[in-house]
Structure formats: structure tokens, C-alpha cells
Design a protein around this ligand. Sequence first.
Ligand SMILES: Nc1nc2nc(S)n(CCO)c2c(=O)[nH]1
Length: 153
Amino acid sequence: KHKRYTAYIGIGSNMGDRESNLRNAIALLNYEDKAMVTAVSSFINTAPVGYAEQPDFLNAVVEIATALSPQKLLWLCSEIENKLKRKRTIRWGPRTIDLDILLYNDLILNEDNLIIPHPRMSEREFVLKPLKEIAPGAFHPVLKKTIEEIYCG
Ligand SMILES: Nc1nc2nc(S)n(CCO)c2c(=O)[nH]1
């Protein structure tokens, strides 16, 4: 019997057809019987954070029910980035698609290649706004607050 975990994935695109890049990524997150999309936020246009000299992003957050381990889920996210032709040029530069694991149940994980909750999510309006839309009661296990407590925007 597959134990179902709930994970939240932040997605963003600022290259090519941004909307279809997001839609394709969302479709690919329905992965066999291992991951199922259970909620999708609105798509929001956001100014780039970090490396400012690049086009605006289109961002969203997706809720999935999954049997995948965090590392396997990370693998699925990078598979989707590769499939949608993410060219890793400038580290902080434009990209066709970006998938970030934000939350995975109440898990706290600090591995070399994977930190959960995402370390920068609580300072990112482009994450908090769509996440609050679909999961205001989601709990941040490090800050010990719900999303709506963290983001009052
Ligand atoms: N607005 C916005 N700025 C960003 N800077 C980076 S890096 N990214 C990629 C996500 O880590 C984004 C993004 O998705 N949206």
C-alpha cells in the first residue's frame, strides 16, 4: 500500500512560452502511480529576485500526493527540467522551467543536494503568494508557523 505524502513544488519560467512551460511541468508531475497533482495555484507574473537583469517570471505552486521519497521526488523534478530543455547557463539566469521542492509533509531535511523546507521560501513572495492560495494552513516545520501566518500579503 503506497503511503501518500503531500509535497508542495514551486515552479517558475522566464523563457519561451512561459505558460505552456508551466502547464507541461504540471502535466509531467502526474508520474505513473507515484505522484499525482492534487492542487494548482494561479499563475502569477513576478519580477525576478536575485539576478535582476532577466525577464519577469511566471510562477505557481503545485500540491502533489506522492509515494516517492524526497530524493526520488528531486530526481523527478530534474527529469522534468531536462525534458523541458532547461539549459543551465547562468546560474541565476533565465530558464525555461524551474522546479523547487518547498515542503514534504513536516519533514526537515538537510542533505548536500536537498534542503527541505526550501531555505529561501519564507522570503519569496513568488512562492508564498501562490502557496497561500492553495494551502494557507500548510505548516512550516522549521518556522513552526502556517503559510498564512508567515505571509500576510
Ligand atoms: N520572481 C522570481 N525570481 C526568481 N529568481 C530565481 S533564481 N528564481 C528561480 C526559482 O528559484 C525565481 C523565480 O522563480 N521567480
